[in-house]
Each structure stands twice: as structure tokens, then as C-alpha cells.
Design a protein around this ligand. Structure first.
Ligand SMILES: Cc1cc2nc3c(=O)[nH]c(=O)nc-3n(C[C@H](O)[C@H](O)[C@H](O)COP(=O)(O)OP(=O)(O)OC[C@H]3O[C@@H](n4cnc5c(N)ncnc54)[C@H](O)[C@@H]3O)c2cc1C
Length: 366
């Protein structure tokens, strides 16, 4: 093996499952934690020298790692630091990609900065949030991200991208699709306001019935969101096996209004749907999954569905990646057969090569 730059020391054969919330998958052939932009660049140069593929991870809360692991270098971005500075009527909060997301949300709330409070309790790190435009309870990071600093592996340089260049859409961005694997996110800047908090989402609005919106505090919204999420097993809790997951395994499908009308007719009940400004309708994937015959708590070997939420596939203890992926494919097939709707998976699959079940999961058709 050729020389390694002094600032990084990749470790061989590091188990990845303990670094993920799902707790499955094999080892990384090489693993390194990068704490500075220079270390990110050095790790990337090292993979070029060694002729190895690179996979970038944060908190491991949206990853399904193959049983065989990853045959290359896994780099965990651990760049820390937070800077808060006023700019005009807004306050800019810049956080390193390796900061724990929920700590950043809690900090913003405690400073009276509005815009992230509904995203309380989401696991993972700051750098993972732009990737799938993380969202919950009526907010998504695209609403507040002002710019993202990246190391561009294509051009081997650091660059700052305005939010308009990030390709944000519902649960996706250019980092997840068109340019997957090209950019290492080093820090993210959020433009936050002084309130009032976001409480438009029905579950959340229900918690504050009878209250004027401007009388509700950011801290109250954070607590309400955490309480709702805990009931659904959506806050990581070592004592709750339903949280050994990637959160929602599928995104809510967005379909043409005619498809939704056909679903209502076929199911014989009022299929829930949220009309979008472009005329399409967003359908809860959880509704489709339950109607396709998968009850909460259903088991397939050591994998299964959360007992609290049909959208979460959980590792019931010692599950393999194979079991998880096969269950997900079975769910997608049944939903497609019953409703003609193709579910799209939310997590990122690592080390699966051309695995047919993963290829099926990623197809746009059922
Ligand atoms: C219990 C639970 C609840 C959840 N609830 C929600 C929710 O409400 N809403 C929601 O949107 N998501 C939710 N998630 C999914 C997940 O937490 C988020 O997607 C999170 O932002 C992923 O961040 P991470 O740091 O863990 O990324 P990882 O899982 O490590 O990586 C995810 C993807 O981001 C990429 N990535 C990570 N860091 C970087 C970086 N610095 N540079 C470039 N690429 C990077 C990886 O390559 C990979 O493609 C939930 C997950 C769990 C387990």
C-alpha cells in the first residue's frame, strides 16, 4: 500500500452496523472520520491513490448497509462547530456537517430562532439534512437553508452553493439523485426568523387548539413534536425496539388526481389524500401499506414493521440486510398489485451492487 497523508488514518475492517440506527450490515473495508475540510480532501485523495470507491456518511440514520458491508472507504463527516450571526431581519445559523441535528434544533429554539422547531427529534447529523431535504410536521430544511458548503469531488475544490442550486424537492435534492456521491457537505447555513412557530400541520395544530398562534412558544412546539414522535417510535430510544429503524422506509407517493380518485373507488373508503398546489395528490404510504395487508408489528423472520407505525421497518433483533430488503420489496409489490402505486424507498442502500430486490425497490414502477 502507498503512503497515507499524515492527517488521516483509515482503519481496516470497521463494523458499520453500530454506526447506524437500523443496526444491520457488514464492515467497511476501510473507515475514517474526517473532522476538517482538509481531512475530507485527504481522504478523497487517498481513495484515488488506492483506486477505491468512497461512501460518505453522517449519523447513519437513513442507511441500509448490505450484509457484505462496503468494499471501499467509508468516511464519516465529523466537522463540528456552530456560528450564529444576525444578517438584516434574519439570523444566520451555520453548523458543521458533523453536529448532531437535534442539538442544533434545540439550540435554535433556546435562542428564540424560528424555522427548525418542527424538525425536532430527527436523528442524524446536520450534513445529512440537505440530502433528502429532511422534513416533518409542516417544515422542511429547504424552507430555511440559505447555503451549503461542499467539497466537490468532481472539481476537487470547496464551494458554496446557494439553496437555489441544491435541487430541493419533496424528500430529495441533487445530493440524493442527480449528483449523488459528488459532493461532501461540510457545513450548512440556515436563515432563521424570530417567529411565530410553525404549527400548520394538523397533528400539531391539534395540540394548540384554542390558542392564538403568536401565543405558542418555540419550546412548546418542540415539546409537542417530540411527544408526537415518541408515540410513533420516531425518536431514537435504546429501550424502544421500534426505533431500531431508518424512520419511514417509504416516502408518501404523489399521484395524479385521477389516480387518487381511482383509489377511492377501488378501496371502497375515503382514501386520504393531501392536494398539492400543482393539482397532484400526496397519499400517506402508511395507509396504502396497511390496506395492502401489512399490520403494525407484522414479522418476517427477524425483520418486521414497527408496532406503532406501519411505515417503519424495524430490526427486531439480529435481522440481516437481506431480511429487511426482502420485506421492503414484498411491501412494494403488494401495494403495487393492490393499488397500482409504486412506493419509493426513503433510505440509501450501501454495498448492494446490482441486488435485484434493491433494484426493484428503486424502480419508479410497481
Ligand atoms: C427514528 C427515525 C426517525 C426519522 N424521522 C425522519 C423525519 O421525520 N423526517 C425525515 O426527513 N427523515 C427522518 N429520518 C431519516 C434520517 O434521520 C434523516 O434523513 C437524516 O437527515 C439522515 O442524516 P444522517 O446524518 O443520519 O445521514 P446518513 O444516514 O449517514 O446518510 C444519509 C445520506 O446522506 C448522505 N450524507 C450524510 N452526510 C453527508 C455529508 N456530510 N455529505 C454528503 N452526503 C452526506 C449519505 O451519503 C447518504 O446518502 C428518521 C430516521 C429515523 C431512524
Amino acid at each position: 500500500m502507498r503512503s497515507v497523508e499524515p492527517s488521516i488514518r483509515p482503519q481496516p475492517g470497521v463494523p458499520l452496523s453500530p454506526l447506524t440506527t437500523l443496526g444491520i450490515g457488514g464492515p467497511a473495508r476501510w473507515f475514517v472520520r474526517a473532522t476538517t475540510v482538509d481531512e475530507v480532501a485527504a481522504a478523497w485523495r487517498w481513495t484515488r491513490e488506492q483506486g477505491l470507491p468512497l461512501f460518505v456518511m453522517g449519523g447513519g440514520s437513513n442507511l441500509v448497509i448490505a450484509d457484505g458491508g462496503f468494499d471501499g472507504l467509508v468516511m464519516q463527516v465529523a466537522i463540528r462547530g456552530t456560528v450564529v450571526a444576525p444578517r438584516g431581519a434574519e439570523t444566520m445559523l451555520r453548523a458543521g456537517a458533523g453536529e448532531t441535528w437535534d442539538d442544533v434544533v434545540a439550540d435554535a429554539v433556546s435562542r428564540g430562532l424560528a424555522g427548525l422547531e418542527c424538525l425536532s427529534g430527527i436523528p442524524g447529523c446536520v450534513g445529512g439534512t440537505p440530502v433528502q431535504n429532511v422534513g416533518a410536521y409542516g417544515q422542511e430544511v429547504a424552507d430555511t437553508i440559505r447555503e451549503v458548503t461542499v467539497f466537490d469531488l468532481g472539481a476537487a475544490c470547496v464551494t458554496t452553493m446557494p439553496a437555489s442550486a441544491c435541487g430541493f424537492a419533496y424528500r430529495t435534492s441533487r445530493f440524493k439523485h442527480d449528483d449523488a456521491g459528488r459532493f461532501v457537505i461540510c457545513d450548512v447555513t440556515f436563515a432563521l426568523g424570530s417567529g411565530p412557530p410553525g404549527i400548520s400541520y394538523p397533528d400539531l395544530a391539534g395540540c394548540f387548539q384554542g390558542r392564538r398562534r403568536d401565543s405558542v412558544t418555540l419550546a412548546e412546539v418542540r415539546q409537542a413534536v417530540l411527544a408526537i414522535r415518541r408515540r410513533k417510535g420516531m425518536v431514537i430510544d435504546a429501550a424502544d425496539p421500534d426505533t431500531r429503524s431508518v424512520g419511514s422506509f417509504f416516502v408518501n407517493p404523489v399521484v395524479a388526481a385521477g389516480v387518487h380518485a381511482r383509489l377511492v373507488a377501488a378501496s371502497g373508503e375515503a382514501a386520504p389524500g393531501f392536494p398539492l398546489p400543482d393539482g397532484q395528490v400526496k397519499i400517506p404510504a402508511a395507509w396504502l401499506i396497511e390496506r395492502a395487508g401489512f399490520a403494525r408489528g407484522a414479522r418476517r423472520g427477524r425483520a418486521g414493521l414497527s408496532s406503532k407505525h406501519p411505515l417503519a421497518i424495524v430490526n427486531g433483533g439480529g435481522a440481516s440486510a437481506r431480511e429487511v430488503v426482502d420485506l421492503a420489496a414484498e411491501i412494494k409489490r403488494q401495494v403495487a398489485d393492490r393499488f397500482g402505486v409504486a412506493l419509493r424507498p426513503e433510505p440509501v442502500f450501501v454495498g448492494f451492487g446490482g441486488d435485484p430486490a434493491v433494484a426493484y425497490l428503486q424502480k419508479d414502477i410497481g
